[in-house]
Design a protein around this ligand. Structure first.
Ligand SMILES: Nc1ncnc2c1ncn2[C@@H]1O[C@H](COP(=O)(O)OS(=O)(=O)O)[C@@H](OP(=O)(O)O)[C@H]1O
Length: 233
């Protein structure tokens, strides 16, 4: 289980999982989490604004972006963070800084949900982590955007009150991971979809050893940088 789990202690409604750019089924996004929920997340075109949106709400460029790593539990992190009243996030992956950059910041901002002053706008696209141009592009948008690689103490990093705790989760034995008791905007428990928590094949012990040996020095360097031994070796 990714370590953030423990650290969390301290327009248009999409009808299918779609990648925002290619209108293709996004395998990274094929859980049925957001798309069936009636808010403005994941609009493909400028959204039809609700008549009820308050004048003090506006769309802002994201102040925080989950950039990776792929398969690191980025979807779970975003959905869990959304429980926080000070977080508003776009549901689908915008892929702005890799595939959609030519569309411009106006297009990007328009994808975002409306927020009140003080709320943090977020998105997640794990492929930014492996896109050479992404860091400079994000920096050109804002020097202050917080970049999150799934790891630890996200609420602290974002300067949020530690509202999301163990009590928001239950352990789902079928899925093999924690699920939300009450996701944002719903009173029913919800786990991420079938692409999350897949059965893993048995890996040859020699291969496992080889991988451990390969990553050991990198892990060590990482523990030194973060001041925390994650015990991955
Ligand atoms: N609580 C909870 N809910 C859902 N998913 C969880 C959770 N905890 C960990 N994981 C594991 O995270 C893996 C998917 O990571 P990502 O969402 O980053 O995938 S993706 O890169 O966006 O496709 C995926 O791993 P695999 O099933 O091994 O692919 C999930 O099992």
């Amino acid at each position: 289980m990714p370590s953030y789990m423990t650290d969390l202690e301290q327009g248009k409604e999409l009808t299918a999982s779609r990648d925002l750019l290619n209108d293709e089924v996004d395998s990274d996004r094929s859980d049925d989490w957001d798309e069936t929920r009636g808010d403005h997340r994941g609009c493909l075109e400028p959204c039809i604004l609700s008549n009820f949106s308050s004048a003090s709400e506006s769309k802002k460029l994201p102040q925080a972006i989950i950039i990776g790593v792929k398969k690191g539990g980025t979807r779970a992190l975003l959905e869990f963070l959304r429980v926080h009243p000070d977080i508003r996030a776009v549901g689908a992956e915008p892929h702005f800084f890799d595939r959609n950059y030519h569309r411009g910041l106006g297009w990007y901002r328009d994808l975002m949900p409306r927020t009140l002053e003080g709320q943090i706008t977020m998105e997640k696209t794990p492929s930014y982590f492996v896109t050479r141009e992404a860091p400079a592009r994000i920096h050109a948008m804002s020097h202050e955007t917080k970049l999150i690689v799934v790891m630890a103490r996200v609420q602290d990093f974002l300067g949020l009150k530690r509202i999301i705790t163990d009590k928001h989760f239950y352990f789902n034995h079928t899925k093999g991971f924690p699920c939300l008791k009450k996701p944002e905007g719903s009173s029913k428990p919800h786990c991420l979809g079938k692409t999350k928590g897949r059965t893993h094949p048995n890996i040859d012990q020699d291969v496992v050893k080889c991988l451990r040996d390969f990553y050991r020095p990198f892990n060590k360097k990482f523990y030194q940088m973060t001041g925390q031994d994650f015990g991955w070796d």
